[in-house]
Design a protein around this ligand. Structure first.
Ligand SMILES: Cc1cc2nc3c(=O)[nH]c(=O)nc-3n(C[C@H](O)[C@H](O)[C@H](O)COP(=O)(O)O)c2cc1C
Length: 260
């Protein structure tokens, strides 16, 4: 099986998970899977600006390069919190466009941003134009939301973000339903559709796409890596962290050989 070269820093990612991917869990994963790119839990800009930023943002050195995931839709607050995170050593700012929780809906961020590309692109333009060029501004999104579920919509949604300077997308390969399903059900009931993620890669070949959703074993991961740039693991990483040691060493074996 041919895994897509060249390797990107996003080849093997730990999904952001609230009340899971705190600094302690990430430290464990960094020990087990040193090549895995790590994401914080989703944090709101105001929590960072007004809260205990050391408690929220501190991380051990072995976790870097590390990404902060932000959930918000106020461009200035996003920028201010991104600056604080960069001062703490974060090198990637990931914007959440996939969370379907009630809290997120009332704040009009997370998956609601898929319905509101104007606001989203305003946020993204400010971040990509003001942040230092070595800081990656990335997006984690679903394939659609509620009745907005067509490949054309998704393609245009991604294209506008690319035009505004985003070069890396983490795609949770199912849609979100904002009414009637809990966040947990929203991770299980809408069917997975890897095909649309592959189509995005075909349509935007120079953009980096990381596939997320339902990945549990090395065969699945390797199969995906023949089609797209990276994979992101959530629940499996939490359920069986030790398996990541094997995944990491297998996926990065060729680099290891090259370095010896
Ligand atoms: C407990 C839990 C908390 C989550 N919190 C977040 C979050 O803060 N931000 C986010 O983008 N996704 C969050 N997710 C979704 C995951 O990042 C991921 O997209 C989803 O679980 C699908 O991937 P998987 O099948 O590998 O678990 C969460 C998932 C779980 C299980």
């Amino acid at each position: 099986m041919n895994i897509i070269p060249p390797a990107t820093p996003w080849r093997f990612c730990l999904a952001p998970m609230m009340r899971r991917t705190d600094t302690h869990f990430r430290h464990l994963i960094a020990l087990l899977a040193p090549n895995m790119r790590l994401y914080t839990e989703m944090l709101t800009p105001n929590a960072i600006i007004f809260g205990d930023r050391h408690k929220l943002l501190d991380f051990s050195l072995i976790q870097s390069p590390i990404a902060l995931q932000l959930g918000g839709s106020d461009p200035k607050a996003l920028l201010e919190s991104a600056y604080i995170a960069i001062d703490c050593g974060y090198t990637e700012i990931n914007l959440n466009c996939g969370c379907p929780s009630n809290r997120v809906q009332s704040g009009e961020f997370g998956a609601s941003l898929m319905k509101n590309p104007e606001t989203l692109n305003k946020c993204v333009r400010l971040l990509t134009s003001k942040l230092p060029k070595n800081i990656a501004v990335t997006i984690k999104t679903r394939l659609g939301v509620d009745d907005i579920y067509s490949y054309d919509y998704l393609n245009n949604f991604i294209k506008r973000l690319i035009d505004n300077g985003v070069n890396t997308f983490h795609i949770h390969a199912r849609k979100a339903l904002l009414k009637g399903l809990s966040p947990k059900e929203n991770r299980e009931i809408p069917p997975l559709n890897y095909d649309w993620v592959h189509r995005l890669k075909d349509d935007f070949p120079t953009t980096i796409f990381v596939l997320n959703g339902g990945l549990k074993n090395l065969d699945q991961i390797k199969t995906q890596l023949t089609r797209i740039d990276g994979v992101m693991l959530g629940r499996h990483a939490y359920a069986d962290p030790y398996s990541l040691m094997e995944f990491d060493s297998q996926l990065f074996a060729s680099e290891l050989k090259a370095a010896v």
